[in-house]
Design a binder for this molecule. Structure first.
Ligand code: ZN
Length: 178
């Protein structure tokens, strides 16, 4: 296993629309190894999600895992590990919700982003099996953030007011309240 370099905003690979994986690709040894590397890279960076384009691979593959004690998102409930391929997203509600998002490709910053509150994701898992999940709350935002990466978008794109972009070091209100 090896750690990969995480690309930063400005790298053109973060702005490409990624291609779907074939079933054969999902089940290949190469992808299994890639997923292991992505998990290691995400955990090492303290992230709660990592999309393949963030390490320079323009494939529709992303992982999500909110650990018990997330260093970057201490208030977030843990999620278990998701491996997502070729996702399709459906909004289940007109309602939106906002969270202070961060991104390993935009280090040091947080931005307040409003997104649909309730969504359904249909995708293939690491065994190329069809999955369908319905999500709301913070996890719905995390999934939408990660899926955006597969379609060349970054959370900054959703921020309508530049006052809602701040440095992490000034975001004291995000620290765990004891
Ligand atoms: Zn991101």
């Amino acid at each position: 296993m090896s750690l990969h370099t995480i690309l930063k905003m400005g790298n053109p690979k973060l702005r490409k629309i990624s291609t779907e994986l074939t079933i054969e690709e999902i089940l290949s040894e190469e992808t299994k190894l890639l997923v292991k590397d992505m998990i290691e890279t995400m955990r090492n960076a303290g992230g709660i999600g990592l999309a393949a384009p963030q390490i320079g691979i323009n494939k529709q593959l992303t992982i999500i895992e909110i650990p018990d004690e997330s260093s970057r998102y201490p208030q977030a409930p843990s999620s278990g590990l998701f491996v997502i391929c070729n996702p399709k997203i459906t909004n289940l509600s007109e309602e939106t919700q906002g969270f202070w998002e961060g991104c390993l490709s935009v280090p040091g910053l947080r931005g307040f982003v409003e997104r649909p509150r309730e969504i359904q994701i249909d995708y293939l898992d690491e065994n190329a099996e069809e999955q369908s999940i319905q999500l709301s709350g913070f996890l719905a935002t995390v999934f939408q953030h990660e899926l955006d990466h597969l379609f060349g978008k970054i959370y900054i794109d959703h921020i309508k007011d530049t006052k809602l972009i701040i440095f992490e070091s000034e975001a004291h209100f995000l620290e765990k309240s004891e």
